[in-house]
Write a new protein. Structure first.
Length: 138
């Protein structure tokens, strides 16, 4: 049940909240001022109070924790980037492809989203899956 709730919460992250989490993943634990600077360096023009409000909201949702022992609150993400990615991909596949991942991958390949090296890596993964599914191949 907790997994369902967490997956639902992750899916419900707003764009601005997601940008705050990305900043924390990239910078690590940071006070509000450092998150703000990081966002500004990436072209996101937001106010200090907006970042502070978003961090507080994310903390209330359980996606961020803060250390209040120093002069400034230091915030850290409590969710991994990988966990959020998995949740968002799962939602996307469910919504657009009725839970089947293969059509999404095919669409990405057709749209030219993969480099030649990435396609080779995918082919290698497919070959490895084929080998593990059929013990007669070596």
């Amino acid at each position: 049940m907790l997994e369902y709730i967490m997956a639902k919460r992750e899916y419900e992250l707003g764009s601005a909240e997601f940008q705050i989490l990305k900043a924390l993943w990239e910078k690590g634990p940071s006070p509000v001022r450092d998150v703000l600077t990081h966002l500004h360096e990436r072209g996101r023009n937001v106010a200090y109070t907006t970042v502070q409000t978003l961090l507080t909201r994310l903390e209330q949702k359980g996606f961020v924790a803060s250390d209040k022992s120093g002069l400034a609150y230091v915030f850290r993400a409590t969710l991994s980037r990988d966990r959020v990615r998995k949740s968002r991909i799962k939602s996307l596949v469910s919504q657009l492809y009725d839970g089947a991942a293969a059509p999404l991958v095919l669409q990405l390949i057709r749209s030219g989203s993969f480099s030649e090296d990435e396609i080779k890596s995918l082919q290698q993964m497919i070959d490895e899956l084929d080998t593990s599914d059929d013990g007669s191949k070596s």
